[in-house]
Ligand binder design. Structure first.
Ligand SMILES: [Zn+2]
Ligand SMILES: [Zn+2]
Length: 402
């Protein structure tokens, strides 16, 4: 989830008068609404799946929560995933708590690792898009990771969207024109990954200069190699606002001896660019949907993948968030929220269409959706379904010889 969900929750709260001071917003009322009436058993974190320990290639779900919110009854961390191939680790997104979750995962993988070397296996980090719920722990990864070994063997490669290039349109409802809000930082209103990283380093310059001078640490900026992902020429692309996810073929973005990474644009308007990634290794293929509505570009990217990690939103929760009757603004916002994400049932349909052998549901909205509801994806999907939980691990390909 992204900003849309935050807006939706805020709007729903304000409709009920719960945002006004003294309006009697009881914890119980908030809990009921944020939890959503249809929610069943609370999501519980899963232990690392020991069976996956026997594989050289493993997917680890570091955090499985979608969106910038904390929900009652859930301990999910923000969205982030790791793919371990042989001795190296590749990270996809860096949501709330991701750095600590990565440390936990690597401690479990290498119990004897020295704390100052723990993150040395991290080879590259990929951002699907720059919504805060996907990047908010990036500064933590960089600055805590500075002592934990990032970039020590070779600079950590960081790849993500470039600058959007134009401001997104102001959300409008037909017949109810809305004034344009003031632009935040008009000198650079839509920075990409490189500029965002520079901004983090500038914000922490006091700490960085202190440690470089007092502890004689290497300049943290030399430990990362940050790159905006360049889009290839795309037939039918007009502009970020008009064609945020035109029909396209996947394109290569990065590779090393272990993996080849390709990407495609997905349907998460007005976010642009918003990527899904595919990792192909000797042991199999894993696809990360990023945030998207049902998307044929993603189906092409995930064709015959061994594992598809797909985002989900519980449409029943959205219905409960916006009980009828709905005015035009609320109706439009509800539609906007649902179209930027994928319902549980549609995630099953997409995985079936792609022929993915395993579907892992992550970026779960709301965070406290029960597994019984997530298993609803199986109604339209004949492969193996895994409701995602933090630190769950899935082996890919062949088991390591004993
Ligand atoms: Zn998100
Ligand atoms: Zn998003």
């Amino acid at each position: 989830m992204c900003q849309e969900v935050g807006h939706a929750v805020q709007l729903a709260l304000s409709r009920r008068g719960l945002l006004k001071a003294g309006a009697g917003a009881s914890v119980a009322a908030l809990s009921l609404m944020l939890g959503g009436a249809p929610v069943t058993a609370a999501a519980a974190p899963a232990a690392v799946d020991d069976a996956a320990a026997g594989f050289d290639t493993r997917l680890i779900l570091l955090g499985t929560a979608g969106g910038p919110a904390w929900f009652p009854g859930s301990s999910r961390h923000g969205i982030a995933s790791a793919l371990q191939v042989r001795e190296l680790t590749y990270m996809i997104d860096c949501g709330d708590g991701a750095a600590r979750q990565l440390a936990h995962a690597l401690m479990r993988a290498s119990p004897g690792a020295h704390p100052f070397q723990l993150l040395e296996p991290l080879r590259a980090l990929f951002f699907t898009h720059l919504h805060s719920d996907h990047v908010v722990d990036y500064n933590n990864l960089l600055l805590q990771g500075w002592t934990a070994g990032i970039g020590r063997r070779q600079p950590l490669d960081v790849l993500g969207p470039g600058p959007r290039g134009e401001l997104p349109p102001t959300f409008q409802v037909p017949g109810r024109p809305r004034a344009q809000p003031d632009v935040v930082f008009p000198d650079a209103p839509t920075p990409g990954t490189v500029q965002m990283t520079d901004g983090i380093f500038r914000a922490f310059a006091t700490d960085i200069n202190d440690r470089v001078r007092d502890y004689l640490w290497p300049d943290v900026r030399t430990l990362v190699n940050v790159r905006d992902i360049a889009l290839p020429p795309i037939a039918g692309f007009v502009s970020p606002n008009q064609t945020p996810a035109p029909t396209m073929e996947p394109f290569p973005v990065w590779s090393d001896a272990n993996v080849r990474v390709s990407a495609t644009l997905v349907e998460h308007a007005p976010v642009f660019p918003s990527f899904a990634f595919r990792f192909d290794s000797e042991q199999g293929s894993v696809v990360f949907s990023g945030d998207t509505g049902p998307c044929q570009n993603l189906v092409r990217l995930a064709r015959n993948a061994d594992v598809l990690v797909h985002e989900v939103i519980d449409a029943a929760w959205v219905d409960a968030l916006f009980p009828p009757p709905l005015d035009a603004t609320t109706e439009a916002l509800k539609h906007h929220l649902l179209s930027a994400h994928t319902s549980i049932e549609d995630a099953g349909r997409i995985a079936e269409q792609a022929g993915a052998r395993t579907l892992v549901l992550s970026h779960v909205i709301p965070h406290n959706v029960g597994d019984d509801r997530l298993r609803g994806a199986s109604r339209h999907y004949s492969g193996r379904l895994v409701p995602g939980h933090d630190l769950a691990a899935i082996g890919i390909g062949r088991r390591r010889a004993a």
